[in-house]
Ligand binder design. Structure first.
Ligand SMILES: *Cc1c(COP(=O)(O)O)cnc(C)c1O
Length: 410
């Protein structure tokens, strides 16, 4: 039996390789940080982690985690409702709710689980979910598990959202769902307009702040802070795996009754293990740190503004960003792979994305800025981009030619 299946898998895998879509993993032998060591021994500057606030290797978080190992042990060996709820879990839930100005929080092993377990317990076939076309895979999967009628609107397209809301008036309850930051372009959800439309068409709002928590808004409270709507949406989901320390864990924070119901009915919460106490302890320290000072958020915002300004001045085509994600547009898939490879030789680790991760003809290099980047790191990155960009004819040579061999003056 297996021989046939093995052949089938090998054929499929060969197909993935032929299409140039096979994902190879690079092995790190150092902690995650601005500078990392890869298994070849090379040290490179990391511009592709979600380590937005540089907390992945933060001494305060490490100390909090070590303390918790001594006081609370290693694992919980249980789901929450049997004997997997510790005082640290409860405290972290309260702190996260406070951070976002919400009423209560429920923790999950990952935001993938938070999104997978949020829709089905709350909505039924009489209801509607209206979802942005570029929402994260975990939202798409979560919606699939729910019987509600599905509507989809084009990314951040408010005219289309309005049409879908009109179509959804036949349903009992309506929930608009959006990512806070869209991870390929770095744009944010226009929450002010979404909020207006939700009021007009009697809908609730859920925002996934995975890429925006700690990043967007003056104090990093996410897109609800950016648009002055803190505490005004019904549901926020997010991850502890990005700006919030980078380890593992997810959460849903929101209205009290919603969280109460999720504790009763959300399957990834009921049937999957609690996060380790050390992760909860580090999470508590993380929220406290961000309440004591805005230093890291300020540094991240400064770094991002600096990087974008210098890259635009160097002649690169950068998508307008409102987050710490900078999409350097190259359009051509092969070029994006060449450029990423050349940048790695210059000691800059970035990833080139192309179809089907982004639309055809919209290949790019995604640069992710961190508060851990020092000015010299940013400068080294910009210098490397400029050098490689000129070599590959992406930006102008100093003689003013566009590098395409013509006289178009671009
Ligand atoms: C990363 C991400 C997730 C998944 O988070 P995990 O905690 O790693 O499972 C969910 N939603 C969005 C928008 C994300 O960017």
């Amino acid at each position: 039996m297996y021989t046939k299946f093995q052949d089938h898998l090998n054929n499929e895998l060969a197909g993935i390789k032929e299409a140039g879509l096979f994902k190879n993993e690079r092995i790190l032998v150092s902690p995650q940080g601005a500078e990392i060591t890869i298994s070849s021994g090379a040290k490179v500057l990391n511009f592709c982690a979600n380590n937005y606030l540089g907390l992945s290797n933060n001494p305060q978080l490490i100390a909090a985690a070590k303390d918790a190992l001594d006081t609370h042990g290693y694992g919980m060996s249980s789901v929450r409702f049997i004997c997997g709820t510790g005082n640290l879990h409860k405290e972290l839930e309260r702190k996260i709710a406070g951070f976002f100005g919400m009423e209560d929080t429920i923790l999950y092993a990952a935001c993938f689980d938070a999104n997978g377990g949020v829709f089905e317990p709350l909505l039924g076939e009489e209801d509607a979910i209206i979802s942005d076309a570029l929402n994260h895979a975990s939202i798409i999967d979560g919606v699939r598990l729910c019987k509600a009628v599905r509507y989809r609107y084009n990314n951040a397209d408010m005219a289309d959202l309005e049409l879908q809301l009109q179509a959804a008036q036949a349903q009992r309850y309506r929930l608009i769902v959006t990512d806070g930051v869209f991870s390929m372009d770095g744009n944010i959800a226009p929450l002010d307009k979404i909020y207006e439309l939700a009021n007009k068409y009697d809908a609730m709002i859920m925002v996934d702040e995975s890429h925006s928590a700690g990043v967007v808004g003056k104090t990093g409270r996410g897109v609800t802070e950016q648009f002055d709507l803190k505490g005004k949406v019904e549901i926020i989901t997010g991850t502890l795996g990005k700006a919030f320390g980078g380890a593992i864990g997810g959460f849903t924070t929101g209205k009290k009754e919603i969280i109460d119901m999720l504790r009763q009915r959300s399957r990834p919460y009921l049937f999957s293990n609690s996060i380790p106490p050390l992760v909860a302890a580090a999470g508590i320290r993380m929220v406290d740190m961000m309440s004591e000072t805005n230093e890291l958020q300020d540094k991240l915002h400064e770094n991002t503004a600096y990087f974008v300004e210098k890259m635009l001045a160097a002649g690169f085509d950068i998508k307008p960003t409102q987050s710490a994600i900078c999409a350097v547009m190259l359009y051509d898939a092969k070029l994006s792979q060449q450029m990423a490879a050349s940048l790695l030789e210059e000691g800059i680790y970035v990833i080139g994305f192309y179809y089907p991760v982004v639309p055809k003809g919209k290949a790019r290099i995604r640069v992710q800025i961190s508060a851990a980047h020092k000015q010299e790191h940013l400068d080294k990155c910009i210098t490397a981009f400029t050098k490689v960009g000129k070599e590959l004819g992406i930006i102008k040579n100093s003689d003013g030619g566009c590098g395409c061999g013509c006289s178009c003056g671009n």
